[in-house]
Ligand binder design. Sequence first.
Ligand code: A2P
Length: 396
Amino acid sequence: MPATEILKQHLIDPEICIRCNTCEETCPVDAITHDDNNYVVDAAKCNFCLDCISPCPTGSIDNWRMTPAAFSLEDQYSWSELPAQVDLGDVASAVEAIEDEVDALLTQAHAGAGGKSVAPSSALKPAINQFNRARPAIATVIGNYRLTAPDVDNDVRHIILSFAETPFPVLEGQSVGVVPPGVDDKGEKHRIRLYSIASPRHGEKPNTYSLALTVKREPHGVCSNYLCDLKKGDRVKMTGPFGATFLMPNDPAANIVMICTGTGSAPFRGFTEWRRRTMPNAPGRMMLFFGARRPEELPYFGPLQKVPETLLAKHFAYSRVPGEPKTYVQDMMRKQAAPLAELMTSPQTYIYVCGLKGMEQGVDAALDDICRGVGLSWAALRPDMRAGGRYHVETY
Ligand code: A2P
């Protein structure tokens, strides 16, 4: 078989894909399309620009097969799982050359955060995609509490969902899909929306299949308004769980630095609650940098006051407090350069960024300055931490 006939084909994993349409919206050459069953990539159109890779919330987009003949759209529509890599026998070296080329492109696609995302080495192995649109888990609302002050426009809610007897295993940092009822103005079913889990692995109510979500009501938001208006006893169709990399280290000696804005705090509430409930005296340190307009708009402001500083060092950054300078999380990080720099020198330290996409660059610049201050190179450390599952970025 001549090397020129081998193709590295871009494919979407139907088992993990949540059919959110992000890839189809992102693809500049319309290579991605879907039917009622699957999202698929047209090998004749895909130009390997990889624009679709980083926006995909589940990583299902990041799949490749070396094949002597392209899988057709019809093949892909019929799949319920990806086909195994076929044995390409004596063309192994040609295959390697093509793989290296695509790996180099993929490294660029993941460059914003310093390379492809991997889980912390001590993280537990998560369950993924146990429930989907065709077979959702049905959750019952057991709580819906406002997290921001009643007199501010910003309505952010803590919504607690119970799966009762249905096992729905999750880890902190994973997400779940919510299937909003009804159809859009074209008569199509609403897309599934993804939300980070805000509770620890053993449940929002300990030792039950229950979880919490942190949801901000968005103007005209189909799913956010649906969720924020839910009442106790209402039932919700859920999919997932999703996510296999933005997970907390299981090692109690791991230091965890968490940087967030707004509802980006959800996974960090999960991380903090797991430590607070099960290992309040863990040797690993936890630091939180949390940005909001003002205290009244900071989700979990009240509950966070009760978490002891010995467990969680809290640094709030407020951007719109009258009479005070505008402060962002990256400004607070620079103020805490000394303890942060000390943590950066430890191989036991894990950094997580979650929230507004806009903060990514500012946080990166702050880490660069903090490292330089102690003779470290963030440019060198970042890909290392990334490859070791110690630097995680989830922004939107
Ligand atoms: P701003 O006052 O400039 O909007 P929320 O989601 O509740 O609006 O909170 C987001 C917080 O993140 C706000 O305080 C917002 O400030 C802040 N923010 C906006 N842009 C950036 C950025 N580029 N870097 C860091 N924080 C940001």
